[in-house]
Design a protein around this ligand. Structure first.
Ligand code: UDP
Length: 150
C-alpha cells in the first residue's frame, strides 16, 4: 500500500466540484486516510511548489493556490501515486484524456483542479509538509478484500 498527497485546488472548491472529484478517487477503490480544508499561506504554497521556483508560471501559480480554500488529502491504495496521476490526467486540461478529472472537468493548464504527488519522493515530502503529525487513518477497510481480491 502506498499513500499520496492530493490537493483539490481553489477552482475545484469555487466551482463546487469537490464532491465529484472525491467520488472519483473513492469509486476507483482508493481510500481517503486524511482530509483538511484550509486556506494556505504564500509560504506553504512556495514550499509545496519549490521545484517550480523561477519558472515563468511560478508567481501566478502561488497567487492561484492561495486565492481560496483548498482541500488537502492523503489517499492510500496499491500504487496510489501512479493511479492518482492517471485519474487526474495531463497538466493541460485541454490535452487531458476524457475520463480523467482534468479531461472531463477542466479547460486550463493552470486552473487544473487537482494536484497529485508525482513520485514516491515527492509524496513523502508533501505528506510531511501537509500532515506533519502523520496521523493517517489506519483502520482496515473491508472493501479492500473486494477491491484487490486479497
Ligand atoms: N502550471 C502552470 N503553467 C504551466 C505549467 C504548470 O500554471 O505551464 C501550474 C499548473 O497548475 C500545474 C502546476 O503548475 O498543475 C504544477 O506543474 P506540474 O508540471 O508539476 O504539473 P502537474 O504535476 O500538476 O500536472
Amino acid at each position: 500500500m502506498e499513500t499520496t498527497l492530493i490537493i483539490l485546488k481553489p477552482d475545484a472548491v469555487q466551482r463546487g466540484l469537490c464532491g465529484d472529484i472525491l467520488h472519483r478517487f473513492e469509486r476507483k477503490g482508493l481510500t481517503i486516510v486524511a482530509m483538511n480544508m484550509m486556506l494556505i499561506s504564500k509560504e506553504q504554497a512556495e514550499k509545496h511548489y519549490e521545484e517550480h521556483k523561477g519558472k515563468p508560471f511560478f508567481d501566478g501559480l502561488i497567487r492561484f493556490v492561495t486565492s481560496s480554500p483548498v482541500i488537502v488529502l492523503a489517499v492510500r491504495g496499491q500504487n496510489a501515486i501512479m493511479v492518482c496521476r492517471k485519474l487526474i490526467g495531463a497538466t493541460n486540461s485541454q490535452m487531458a484524456e476524457p475520463g480523467t478529472i482534468r479531461g472531463d472537468l477542466g479547460m486550463s493548464g493552470s486552473n487544473n483542479l487537482v494536484h497529485g504527488s508525482d513520485s514516491p519522493e515527492s509524496a513523502e515530502r508533501e505528506l510531511n509538509l501537509w500532515f506533519p503529525d502523520g496521523n493517517f487513518d489506519t483502520t482496515d477497510r473491508t472493501k479492500d478484500e473486494w477491491v484487490y481480491g486479497l
